[in-house]
Write a protein that binds this ligand. Structure first.
Ligand code: TXA
Ligand code: MG
Length: 348
């Protein structure tokens, strides 16, 4: 299939490009589009065979349900059986934005969207291209992240191009995504609100509005409530070591690990903070990628997936990543880093 990549204005999207996107979507085809978190791979959520194409293009396991994107409350109302008070509060405070709400569904959606679950995940994105595209289509849009399954989510049009070229007819490219990590998935279907996936809205932010908020902690015997969380996502090809500690210790230990890696003839990539990076230059890692300042987790979040992808593209055999403090957005950053490293964390 021939893939067209159209550059679209992220603030005032061009009407004719939105129309073209909407036409493909109404015809049952896939369109990749930017959101404030990561790029989405969209299909008409009411069309089972259009949604089936998503699974095929991504190579996504069939038991992993899709987030449905809406552009207004009325559209969400048609898909949700009932709104709990917590869901209402979330809508008031966090929509449009990087928060996905899991709620009881109506019978309007085909089974494939929810992978047979009784609840549906819904999000109203804040990105003008996403909102206006859904509006123009006039339909709820099912969209997972627009990466191949197992790769980091795409945070730029170039990432989508590399993963989806030849598989879908249209990519709407408006450059880099603001947040750079996926939305928080929050179960507000009843009982204490539960975070199924940490993301763009932090637990602290949610607790300010909702009071008590739990985090789904799947055990050995119990599967996570968001099926997607059981897969080893965001895993680079090389071995990855995640390091936690003060900048001084990180500098020392990373220096040693770079040397050890080189002694084993490994190409070594480093993902670290602005505070640590200048002290590692003279250790000559093959790739030194600055994630951002330790004081600005939002900067680190927005650069993380680009860094992980680059390590793969440049063929790094060993990746040394500096962790961040686990609070606010830092919790979501650490969740993705831990998945990428397969839980290989060094506390130094
Ligand atoms: O920021 C985002 O959420 C992006 C953009 C495109 O909106 N989308 C995204 O979708 O990250 P995806 O498919 O890559 O991740 C969706 C996560 C998966 O872990 C999935 O299992 C979970 O949400 N999920 C979807 N529907 C669910 C449901 N009905 N119940 C529980 N978890 C659900
Ligand atoms: Mg994904």
């Amino acid at each position: 299939m021939l893939t067209k990549r159209s550059y679209i204005d992220g603030v005032n999207p061009e009407a004719e490009l939105l129309r073209e996107g909407a036409e493909w979507l109404r015809a049952g085809e896939l369109v990749a589009f930017p959101t404030e978190t990561v790029y989405g791979l969209g299909a008409n959520a009411l069309d089972a065979s259009a949604c089936a194409k998503i699974y095929e293009a991504k190579g996504r396991p069939q038991d992993n349900p899709l987030i449905v994107h809406v552009c207004n409350r009325a559209m969400a109302d048609s898909l949700v059986a009932f709104w709990t008070p917590e869901a209402e509060l979330c809508v008031q405070h966090f929509w449009p934005g990087p928060l996905t709400l899991v709620m009881s569904k109506t019978t309007k959606l085909p089974e494939i969207v929810t992978a047979g679950l009784v609840n549906v995940a819904i999000r109203m994105p804040s990105h003008p291209v996403a909102l206006r595209l859904i509006e123009e289509t006039g339909l709820p849009i099912a969209a997972p992240s627009a990466n191949l399954s197992g790769k980091p989510s795409p945070t730029s049009g170039s990432h989508v191009w590399r993963d989806m070229k030849g598989k879908i007819p249209l990519i709407l490219d408006s450059g880099t995504c603001l947040v750079g990590l996926e939305s928080t998935v929050l179960d507000v279907s009843g009982g204490i609100p539960t975070i199924l996936r940490p993301g763009g809205i932090s637990r602290e932010q949610l607790e300010e509005v909702l009071g008590e908020v739990q985090v789904d902690a799947p055990s050995e015997t119990q599967a996570p409530k968001a099926p997607g969380m059981k897969y080893r996502h965001y895993a680079p090809k090389g071995e990855m070591i995640l390091m936690m500690g003060s900048p001084e210790r990180i500098i020392q230990r990373m220096g040693r690990e770079i040397q050890k890696g080189h002694a084993r003839l490994k190409k070594v990539g480093v993902l670290c903070s602005l505070e640590v990076a200048p002290f590692l230059h003279n250790q000559f890692p093959e790739l030194l990628f600055v994630l951002g300042s330790k004081n600005r987790p939002e900067e680190i979040a927005s650069n993380l997936f680009e860094g992980l992808r680059l390590c793969d593209e440049r063929g790094m055999d060993l990746i040394l990543a500096e962790g961040v403090e686990e609070r606010g957005l830092g919790t979501a950053i650490m969740n993705r880093l831990q998945k990428a490293s397969g839980k290989l964390t060094l506390n130094i």
